[in-house]
Design a protein around this ligand. Structure first.
Ligand code: GLA
Ligand code: ZN
Length: 665
């Protein structure tokens, strides 16, 4: 998408809730302008208004709203309504209702409760989307398409089972024997002799075949993608120049976001960081990971912060109002990592229904007299000063591999430590080491390009997909530094263990090691390993490895494998391949990354110095400093900068108060 030249400031606007009090719509327009809102997302849940009965359409509400928005200079992110259906639809066509894993069909209710395969549902969605595109394709307010809402879940109905079997036939070249072999079905006498004998993994049925589970996850993801493609077909046809996005949720892995992102014009993220509930510094650090994922998913291009709360949410166990100043700080954290928007759920608080106590820009009082409104309006003013940041990118010297497919593979196998896997947490743990040092870090999939990075870290990269072994080999040969951890390169794309010793094939040569055994480590029975004179706990899981030429940097200091290598470095071609054979949730990643950064000749992205409690991010020409800690922080600037919000030159030591931030150029 072309940069807009201004930060989109807006969010979910559901004026359908005030259809009987339309004077509120005029008040909305007035207050939006006052709050510096330049865009609103409309129509997300408007299906029952625009098609009150099958084939009966009434677009008057949307016409009015879009015209009002246009008259007031507010752009429209127009949503397709498939995230929630009108009751008549499932009453007439029960097949659109989702069937749970139990085999029981759901009744009407909530959202997302539909079958993604159902031809009727697909047709109904395509139809309403076509009508929306036909009607509003030339509307001057139309800015972007927002497809559905937070796609998620799965359906186990007969239509989906049949579609799954068709998916499998394609996957295995219509060859049942191939499937039997890849799924290892001969064991336990589970060889299938007809495709009809296969169905989705279920608690009451087949749930001990990791390859089946993996295929099902891939199928569910592909169904979402094909459902999405069905939705956007009329939009691509009628509005080819209008960008298309859909809102994703963090590291939700029911859909392979990294694959789906390829179909979007830009990636969007619904972000609800719990600053007010957990340790705010930890949350600030953790959220840099999600923002880096979203930027990387879109190939490094800006993403949209499609939803966030200007106040509290209503769906945590305990929902707490954020302290003053947090809202702007939290929103700017997204911008610092590549967001070209700050959008909210939702503009005006519902009076009834499920979300009546979820934060919104306008509270039940209905006026601008609230702290939240003032904070949003004040941020609106600030965002106006950041227009030139849109389109700019973050240059990363480092990448962490965090692969959606691998997240499933690491979840489905039985062995070693069945309780503690936490694939995304492992990736986040390594990623933050760069974030806290002011070094931008991309978060990429296995199949993305490594060559632009000086250092690539692959935490718990258990599954190595086709072509990836060669890619790692070439990357290191050509001078890259690659770090692998325990249980590395164990299985292939089909989740079958590589024969001939681990890590797979020629990776043994690249890393100069051989992993002979792996073991889980029970809590309370942790062991130790040593690196540069410091001792670390070995926890959760470890590999017993042998050096086959690699330099041994650290060794185990407990267990029968005491004295054997635990951390290695192998010079290979022009590069280096590191192996850390154990998991540690303490200081190890911090200390080891310090060494890696020096080794790879990586320097922080700016010359500004501060403690690790200050987050420093560079995006294009802009530098952001954040204080998420519970203490006043300082930083020392390396030259004279322009403080964009303070509109003055700054140099030397600066102070960051609680919830503090500074944007420099
Ligand atoms: C999600 C949904 C919104 C709303 C918010 C509440 O992000 O997309 O419709 O329910 O959660 O936080
Ligand atoms: Zn279904």
């Amino acid at each position: 998408m072309k940069p807009l030249g201004y930060i989109v400031h807006g969010g979910d606007y559901n004026p359908d809730q005030w259809i009987n009090t339309p004077h509120i719509w005029d008040e909305d327009m007035r207050l939006m302008k006052e709050a510096g809102i330049n865009s609103a997302t409309v129509g997300i849940f408007a299906w029952s208004l625009i098609e009150p009965e099958e084939g009966v359409y009434d677009f008057s509400f949307l016409d009015t709203i879009l015209d009002k928005m246009n008259d007031n200079g507010i752009k429209a992110v127009l949503a397709t309504p498939s995230g929630a259906r009108p009751p008549w639809l499932s009453q007439k066509y029960p097949e659109v209702l989702r069937v749970e894993e139990t085999g029981i069909r759901n009744e009407f209710g909530v959202r997302h409760n539909h079958c993604l395969t159902s031809p009727v549902y697909r047709e109904k969605v395509r139809n309403i989307n076509r009508l929306l595109a036909e009607r509003y394709k030339d509307h001057p307010a139309l800015q972007m398409w927002h497809i559905s809402n937070e796609y998620s879940g799965e359906c186990h109905c007969e239509l989906c089972q049949e579609a799954f079997r068709e998916w499998l036939k394609k996957e295995y070249d219509n060859d049942l024997e191939k499937l039997n072999f890849k799924w290892w079905n001969g064991f336990w006498s589970h060889r299938v002799t007809d495709w009809s004998q296969i169905s989705s993994p279920k608690f009451r049925g087949e749930n001990h075949v990791p390859a089946l589970k993996l295929c099902w996850s891939r199928f569910v993801s592909d169904s979402h993608i094909s459902f999405f493609e069905n939705e956007i077909a009329p939009l691509r046809e009628l509005t080819p120049s209008i960008p298309i996005t859909t809102n994703f949720m963090g590291v939700y892995n029911g859909i392979n976001y990294q694959e789906m992102a390829k179909k979007l014009d830009l990636v969007s993220y619904d972000s609800y960081p719990p600053f007010e509930i957990e340790d705010s510094l930890e949350i600030g650090r953790e959220w840099t990971f999600y923002y880096d994922i979203y930027r990387s998913m879109g190939g490094g291009k800006p993403f949209f912060l499609m939803e966030s709360s200007p106040s509290l949410v209503n769906w945590r166990d305990v929902n707490v109002i954020p302290e003053p100043g947090r809202h702007a700080q939290s929103s700017l954290l997204a911008v610092a990592h590549g967001a070209d928007s700050v959008q909210y759920f939702q503009w005006r608080k519902s009076r009834g229904g499920h979300e009546k106590f979820h934060g919104a820009v306008i509270d039940h009082i209905g006026t601008n007299e609230t702290r939240v409104f003032r904070e949003v309006a004040s941020l609106g003013e600030k965002l106006k000063k950041l227009g030139d940041i849109t389109g700019s990118e973050c240059k990363s010297q480092v990448a962490v591999i965090c692969d959606w497919d691998n997240s499933h593979a690491t979840e489905y196998f039985h062995g070693f430590n069945n309780k503690r896997r936490d694939y995304f947490g492992e990736c986040e743990k390594w990623h933050r080491q760069f974030s806290i040092r002011g070094i931008s870090c991309d978060v990429i999939s296995e199949t993305d390009d490594f060559t632009k990075y000086a250092l690539v870290i692959a935490p718990f990269m258990y599954m190595i997909k086709d072509g990836v072994k060669d890619k790692i080999k070439e990357y290191v040969e050509n001078g890259g530094s690659f770090v692998a951890t325990y249980l590395f390169a164990v299985t292939d794309t089909d989740d079958m263990v590589f024969y001939g010793g681990l890590p797979a094939d020629e990776l043994k040569e690249v890393f100069g090691i051989w992993a002979e055994e792996s073991s889980g480590i029970p809590e309370g029975k942790e062991g130790t390993a040593e690196l540069c004179g410091k001792t670390y706990k070995t926890e959760v899981v470890l590999d017993v490895i042998h050096s086959r030429g690699a330099e041994v940097l650290g060794t185990y200091t407990s267990g029968f494998y005491k004295g054997q290598p635990a951390v290695t470095r192998n010079a290979y071609g022009k590069g280096k391949a590191y192996y850390t054979a154990f998991r540690n949730d303490g200081d190890f990643t911090d200390d080891f990354c310090e060494m890696l950064i020096k080794d790879a000749g990586i320097t922080p992205d700016t010359g500004i110095t501060a403690s690790k409690e200050v987050l420093i991010r560079k995006r294009g020409e802009h530098i952001f400093l954040f204080n998420f800690s519970d203490k006043i922080q300082t930083a020392v600037l390396d030259r004279v900068y322009f403080d964009i919000f303070g509109e003055k030159e700054v140099s030397g030591e600066i102070t960051l108060p609680l919830c503090g931030y500074l944007v420099l150029k």
